[in-house]
Write a protein that binds this ligand. Structure first.
Ligand SMILES: NC(=O)c1ccc[n+]([C@@H]2O[C@H](COP(=O)([O-])OP(=O)(O)OC[C@H]3O[C@@H](n4cnc5c(N)ncnc54)[C@H](O)[C@@H]3O)[C@@H](O)[C@H]2O)c1
Length: 372
């Protein structure tokens, strides 16, 4: 049998330096008989040479459209917007299965070219749990960004551009220093909703590591939100980190009116929306309409004059603040599924993902018909 090809494409999303494959996992695939091709990518946290050293074939940046159609293309984030038909199999986060903006146009490209999408968000194990996710580092980095934003806000400033940290130790030290200089960290109160999930656990871990009192880390999950929002309790913490997995419409967690009603006594200063369901019509935090970026990490919520400022961080690629660790963990978790690619016509993880893709194609065709 011919060896299994796999093609690691470059990332075109600004500031994305994580990678779906790392030199460590690429080596394990090669050892298992894969032929791994890697596009040169100056923005990736791993140097091209690190891949070359373990036996990958290096090719030009963004050359995947010329790859043999037998080679699945693996990447992380969305492809640039285009109407060009897609003929390859892509393994990536495409953000088009939950009615996000432009979802049916993305799927139409696969339909037109005969390609297949295996969406990384929907690769699951036999119990329905995702095989690989960046959640923990997203929550960890999001909470860090929230604490940094709070420190700046205490000084009457907005959080300036964020840059990836070398490692977790450096991130924790930087956050602690900023908070201490701005008036101390111990008294900071934070609320994490979705605290039992991957992102939520990461956020709680960061708050512990920067020294918040355990009593000041409020942890909510399904039980605590069961009564239905909006929740005035959220206004009584400094930082609110939303980490829920939004599966269906739920009552809003916060609204402009309860924020306005709280007046100048509102404590809530920073919202970190790790879940980032920004364009999802069911976003439970309907206070902002854009994803923020590392360049400009916060967006203000308009508040009544005289009331304290309120900023939202809605960065949808937070783990990139810890790119090496986040990539290594994600890629290691994905590896057992990748090793099953040669059997993808029978291996459950891939057949389930393909069935879902086909269902979504049908929905996209219907949507496009209605819009035309
Ligand atoms: N911004 C980023 O960079 C980034 C990165 C990774 C993941 N995410 C997103 O973060 C979200 C969470 O991902 P995860 O891997 O942590 O999911 P997860 O399934 O591990 O955890 C989600 C948690 O939310 C809880 N939850 C769901 N609905 C809730 C509700 N109404 N009230 C309270 N709790 C509720 C669940 O019980 C669970 O504990 C996803 O939408 C994911 O796409 C964002």
């Amino acid at each position: 049998m011919a060896p299994q090809p796999l093609w690691l494409r470059c990332e075109k999303k600004e500031f994305e330096c994580r990678s779906a494959l790392t030199p460590t996992t690429a080596k394990k695939l090669i050892d298992a008989g894969f032929v791994v091709t890697v596009e040169r990518d100056p923005q990736r946290i791993f140097d091209d040479e690190e891949f070359e050293k373990v036996g990958c074939t290096l090719v030009d940046n963004n050359s995947w459209p010329t790859a043999p159609v037998t080679a699945p293309i693996i990447g992380l984030k969305e492809l640039p917007v285009s109407t060009e038909p897609i003929k390859h199999t892509h393994i990536q986060f495409a953000h088009c299965y939950k009615n996000q903006a432009g979802w049916s146009d993305i799927l139409a490209r696969f339909d037109a070219g005969g390609g297949t999408l295996y969406d990384l968000e929907f690769l699951t194990d036999a119990t329905g749990r995702r095989v690989a996710a960046f959640g923990f580092h997203a929550g960890f980095a999001g909470a860090a960004a929230g604490a940094l934003a709070l420190a700046e806000q205490r000084n009457g400033k907005d959080l300036q551009a964020l840059e990836p940290f070398q490692n977790e130790i450096a991130m924790v030290a930087a956050v602690k220093e900023k908070l201490t200089k701005s008036g101390g960290g111990r008294s900071v109160r934070a609320l994490v909703i979705g605290a039992l999930g991957r992102c939520g656990r990461g956020a709680v871990d960061l708050f512990r590591k920067i020294g918040l009192d355990e009593d000041n880390i409020v942890k909510w999950d399904m039980d605590e939100t069961a009564k239905g929002g909006p929740f005035r309790e959220i206004l009584d913490v400094d930082i609110f980190v939303n980490c829920i997995y939004l599966a269906h419409k739920i009552p809003h967690f916060l609204t402009r009116s309860i924020i306005d009603e709280a007046g100048s006594s509102r404590r809530l200063s920073v919202i970190v929306d790790v879940s980032c369901d920004t364009t999802n019509p069911n976003n439970p935090i309907p206070l902002y309409s854009i994803n923020t970026t590392f360049d400009k990490p916060t967006v203000p919520v308009p508040v009544v004059e005289g009331n304290p400022p309120l900023n939202v961080i809605s960065i949808d690629h937070l783990p990139t603040l810890l790119p090496r660790e986040a990539s290594e963990q994600f890629s290691a978790d994905l590896l057992p599924s990748l090793l099953q690619l040669p059997q993808r016509s029978t291996a459950r993880v891939w057949t389930d993902a393909e069935a879902l893709f086909k269902n979504k194609l049908v929905e996209a065709r219907e949507d496009l018909k209605q819009r035309s």
